[in-house]
Design a binder for this molecule. Structure first.
Ligand code: AMP
Ligand code: ZN
Length: 113
């Protein structure tokens, strides 16, 4: 298994986990871009957004709802936050195991760079 995030799921690489359930794992980004920067991932390896099927709709729903729940737990639901899924090179994807970025705690610029 060569995927970095699969190794985190397996506990072979340490991470500061903030949530885990049957389907998902969430952990702090190693290079945070905001006071809160968490990555929420499916435990199952899916490389990019292009590799999702209709049968994954419930899983994607859980991913997004988990981001909202973590944001709420940390008290950022009112002030707001951003969720980002990067895909392939123009999208800025560097780890090829789907991950939803959750960023909060500062005013984020738009449009993205
Ligand atoms: P992306 O550029 O959307 O593929 O995001 C990959 C993210 O993974 C970046 O924000 C990295 O800082 C983060 N990252 C890389 N290695 C690790 C690691 N070992 N633990 C936690 N986050 C990581
Ligand atoms: Zn993986």
């Amino acid at each position: 298994m060569s995927c970095l995030f699969c190794k985190i799921v397996a506990g072979e690489i340490p991470a500061k986990r903030v949530h885990e359930d049957e389907q998902l794992c969430a952990f702090e980004d190693i290079d945070p871009q905001a006071p809160l920067h968490v990555l929420i991932i499916p435990k199952r390896h899916i490389s990019t957004l292009n590799d999702l099927y209709q049968s994954d709709d419930a899983l994607v729903g859980q991913l997004v709802r988990r981001a909202a729940l973590i944001a709420k737990e940390r008290g950022y639901d009112g002030a707001g936050y951003r969720t980002v899924l990067n895909c392939n090179s123009d999208g800025g994807q560097t780890v090829f195991h789907i991950h939803l970025h959750l960023l909060a705690g500062r005013r984020l610029g738009w449009p993205p760079g």
